[in-house]
Design a protein around this ligand. Structure first.
Ligand code: HMG
Ligand code: MG
Length: 282
């Protein structure tokens, strides 16, 4: 049976947008539950400025206190060298650098142009290579930007190529505000696939308009087999007005399994984790 991997991003992408200051113990309880579900990768931390995203300020503590399951890679976002050093100190297994395909979102999210952000990521990718740490890349606003509107596919492909040239092992394509239509996602993928093979791409679809599963479907047809999702549909992005939740993990698992793919995830554990996640919402 063909496999689809779901990369769980709830503890990071999901929680970063919650207004209530969530106690560390609750975050750890969520991650510990997710660690039993069968994921290979869980994004649990983000070493960004606490002034920008206060909710993620406890990332070191989360990484220190979770019960690590063997074979699970615990991932963290690192926007610059300061974040990378902190992630290494805290024991993150892999890191992610995150760029935008649109200038408007790059400025709002990173206080930098796309070119400036890429210049900040280069030393992170280099330091990670030296230390043997895997680096994932994200591109946000791959089809729609809340500030600039529709994003030309070749702009997304250009940023994917820049991250590829830095040595990222995979690029996750973010429909950050969940406004992408399946047609737009398909056209974007056609462009991106000129730069990076489907085996090294992931779909990261927010479900704001309820079209995430359709976007998963067109991505499957293009050969993608990794999708980011958040337990209980937690999520959003503080710098993307209108970005509601990431597509819910259970929803993606049910959908792809219905199409005949195996996810290796334990339903009962997913449901228990979704309960924990829902109880955390402010
Ligand atoms: P800046 O204000 O331009 O940075 O922010 P700066 O270098 O001028 O530093 C300002 C202050 O931040 C300084 O502290 C630095 O030390 C501190 P001060 O001297 O004022 O006390 N600082 C840091 N502190 C902790 N960790 C760090 C760090 N770096 C600087 N790593 C910066 C630039 C990139 C830091 C800021 O814009 C930032 O943190 N942005 C992150 C925003 C964010 O986390 N957004 C959500 C994640 S992206 C997302 O959700 C999309 C995704 O899911 C995919 C999708 O859906 O599309 C991935
Ligand atoms: Mg996201």
């Amino acid at each position: 049976m063909d496999k689809v991997e779901i990369f769980e991003v709830g503890p990071r992408d999901g929680l970063q947008n919650e207004a209530r200051e969530i106690p560390v113990a609750e975050k750890i309880a969520l991650v510990d539950c997710l660690s039993r579900a069968g994921f290979s990768r869980i994004e649990v931390a983000s070493f960004v400025s606490p002034k920008w995203v206060p909710q993620m300020a406890s990332s070191s503590e989360v990484l220190a206190r979770i019960a690590r399951a063997p074979g699970v890679s615990y991932a963290a976002l690192t926007p610059n060298m300061k974040g990378f050093e902190a992630a290494m100190e805290a024991g993150a297994d892999e890191v992610a650098i995150f760029a935008s395909a649109s200038e408007g979102f790059s400025k709002a999210n990173l206080n930098a142009t796309i070119a400036e952000s890429l210049a900040r990521f280069a030393p992170v990718a280099e330091a990670a290579r030296t230390r043997g740490v895997k680096v994932r890349g994200y591109v946000s606003c791959v089809v729609e930007c809340p500030y600039d509107g529709p994003v030309p596919p070749e702009e997304t492909a250009r940023v994917v190529a820049a991250l590829r040239d830095m040595g990222v092992y995979e690029v996750s394509l973010g429909d950050t505000i969940g406004q992408g239509t399946p047609d737009a996602v398909d056209t974007m993928l056609a462009s991106v696939l000129d730069e990076m093979p489907a085996e090294r791409l992931a779909g990261h679809y927010h479900d704001t308009s309820g079209r995430a599963l359709e976007n998963v479907e067109v991505s499957l047809a293009r050969g993608l087999r990794v999708f980011d999702a958040a337990i209980g549909g937690l999520g959003g992005c503080p710098y993307a007005p209108g970005a509601k939740g990431n597509v819910a993990t259970r929803k993606v698992a049910d959908f792809v399994e219905g199409l005949g793919y195996a996810t290796g995830l334990d339903r009962a554990v997913l449901d228990a984790a979704a309960e924990v996640a829902r109880a955390m919402r402010g």
